[in-house]
Design a protein. Structure first.
Length: 436
C-alpha cells in the first residue's frame, strides 16, 4: 500500500476544505442553530414550567357550581393552559389553531350529571371541539376532563344541593315501588347519603364557611398520588432535550458533508487533476481509502465543534462513557465518508448523485430519529428504523450523553456503524471506474 500517496491525498483534501472558511463556518454554525431550535421546542433544559402546556378553551353555558369546579380544576392542572370563552369564539380559535380543543358545558349540565350518576339516564352531552392536527393533546384533555368531572360530580351528588334534590327524588320514587331486598339496600344507601348532607350542614356554624370547606372532602377521586421521576444519568437533573437535538443535527449535517465529498469526487473528472491521479502510482482502492479517511477527519472536526458548543452553551453533558462517545463519533464519521463515496459511484454524475444523496440522507435522518425521537413513531416504524445506521448512531450518542450509559451500550452501535461503513466502501471500490 502506498502510504505516502494516501497521506498526501488526505492532506490535500483537508487543505481544500479549510480553504473556503465561510463554508467551514456555515457547516458548523447551521447545525448548532437548528439543534438549538429543536432542543428549545422539545423542552430545553427543563427549567420552564409554562413550556409545552396544551391550550384549551372552556365554554361554561351552565354556570353551575359543578361546571365552575371542573373549570377551576382544569385551570389548575399543570398540563393545560385554559381560556374561558363563549361558544362562537371557542369554535373560531380551534378552527384557526389557537386552541387544541374546546370543551362546552351545556345549560343544565350540573343538575343532569348529578341525577344521571344515580340512574345512568338522561346524561348531559359535553361537546369537545378538536383541532384534528392535535390529536395527542385532545386525548390528554379528554382524560383530564373525565377525571375532574367524575371528582366534582360525585362531590355534588353526595354532598351538594343538586345531590340533595336527586336523592330526595329517588327516595320518593322508591317509596312508590314494590319493596324488594335490592330496593331496601338502595334506600339505605341513599338515606345514608342524605344523612351525610344533614350532618355537614349541622356541623357548620351559622355564617361560617366551615361546612362548605368540609364538604369539598367528599367525592370520588383517584385513590393514589403519582410521583413522576425522570430517570436520567444524574439524580434530580431534568432531561435536557438539547442533548438529543444536537445529536440529531450532528448526524444530519455530517451526512450532508459526506454528500459534498462524494460530489467532489465526480467534479474532479472535469478538472486536470483527474488525469494526474490516474497516472499516479495509486490503486483505486487506495484512492478511495484516502478520500474516506480525509472525509472522516473533516467530519470529526465538525462534530467536535458542534458538541463543544452544545456543552458550553446548552449544558449538554457526556454523562456516559467518554470512550463510547468517541467511538460512536469516529464510526459514524467513517460511515458518512464511505456512504458519500458509494452514492457518488452509483450516481455517476454530480447532478444525479446530489439528488439521489439528498433523498437518501433525508430518509435516513427522518426514519433514524434525528429530527424527533424515534419513540414518537408508530410501532412498525420504530421496528423499521432499527435497520438504519442513523438510528444506531442516535442511540449511541443519546446513550453516551443524557442517558449516561456505560461503554457496553456503545459496542453494538459502533459495530453496526463500522459494518455498514465497510459495506459502503466495498460497493464504492467495486463501482468506481478510473476511465469514466
Amino acid at each position: 500500500m502506498n502510504s505516502t500517496a494516501i497521506r498526501a491525498l488526505i492532506r490535500n483534501d483537508i487543505r481544500l476544505y479549510f480553504t473556503d472558511r465561510r463554508a467551514v463556518v456555515v457547516g458548523v454554525l447551521v447545525p448548532i442553530l437548528i439543534a438549538a431550535f429543536f432542543g428549545y421546542i422539545f423542552g430545553g433544559t427543563g427549567g420552564s414550567e409554562d413550556q409545552g402546556k396544551i391550550p384549551v378553551a372552556i365554554v361554561d353555558e351552565d354556570q353551575s357550581s359543578v361546571s365552575h369546579a371542573i373549570s377551576a380544576d382544569l385551570a389548575a392542572d399543570p398540563l393545560l393552559q385554559v381560556s374561558a370563552l363563549d361558544r362562537a369564539a371557542a369554535g373560531e380559535q380551534v378552527k384557526s389553531g389557537k386552541q387544541n380543543a374546546a370543551a362546552i358545558f351545556p345549560q343544565g349540565f350540573g343538575e343532569q350529571a348529578t341525577r344521571s350518576l344515580f340512574s345512568g339516564a338522561n346524561k348531559p352531552q359535553v361537546k369537545l371541539l378538536v383541532d384534528p392536527s392535535q390529536n395527542t393533546g385532545a386525548r390528554v384533555i379528554e382524560g383530564l376532563l373525565a377525571q375532574y368531572s367524575m371528582q366534582e360530580i360525585s362531590k355534588e351528588a353526595f354532598t351538594g344541593s343538586y345531590g340533595r334534590k336527586a336523592i330526595d327524588s329517588y327516595l320518593e320514587q322508591l317509596d312508590k315501588l314494590e319493596p324488594t331486598p335490592l330496593r331496601a339496600d338502595l334506600r339505605t344507601l341513599l338515606g345514608a347519603a342524605r344523612k351525610l348532607n344533614d350532618q355537614i350542614d349541622s356541623d357548620a356554624e351559622p355564617g361560617s364557611t366551615a361546612g362548605a370547606s368540609e364538604q369539598r372532602k367528599f367525592g370520588l377521586s383517584i385513590p393514589y398520588t403519582l410521583a413522576s421521576t425522570p430517570v436520567t444519568a444524574r439524580d434530580n437533573t431534568p432531561y435536557n432535550s438539547y442533548a438529543h437535538s444536537f445529536a440529531g443535527m450532528a448526524v444530519q449535517f455530517i451526512l450532508f458533508a459526506g454528500i459534498d465529498a462524494g460530489v467532489l469526487l465526480l467534479l474532479t473528472r472535469q478538472r486536470g487533476i483527474w488525469q494526474r491521479l490516474r497516472s499516479a502510482p495509486l490503486s483505486r482502492s487506495e484512492f478511495m481509502l484516502a478520500r474516506a479517511l480525509a472525509t472522516t477527519l473533516i467530519g470529526l472536526f465538525q462534530i467536535a465543534l458542534i458538541y463543544i458548543a452544545a456543552v458550553l452553551v446548552f449544558q449538554v453533558r457526556i454523562d456516559g462513557s467518554w470512550p463510547g462517545f468517541i467511538a460512536v463519533c469516529i464510526s459514524f464519521c467513517l460511515l458518512n465518508a464511505t456512504f458519500g463515496l458509494m452514492l457518488a459511484t452509483l450516481g455517476r454524475s454530480a447532478s444525479t448523485t446530489r439528488g439521489l444523496a439528498m433523498m437518501a440522507t433525508l430518509l435516513l435522518v427522518m426514519l433514524g430519529g434525528a429530527w424527533v425521537p424515534a419513540f414518537v413513531f408508530p410501532r412498525w416504524l420504530q421496528n423499521v428504523s432499527r435497520y438504519l445506521p442513523t438510528r444506531w448512531a442516535m442511540d449511541g450518542l443519546d446513550g453516551a450523553t443524557w442517558r449516561g450509559l456505560p461503554f457496553d451500550a456503545a459496542v453494538l452501535p459502533v459495530l453496526v456503524l463500522i459494518g455498514c461503513a465497510a459495506a459502503c466502501l466495498l460497493v464504492a471500490i467495486w463501482r468506481f471506474r478510473w476511465e469514466e
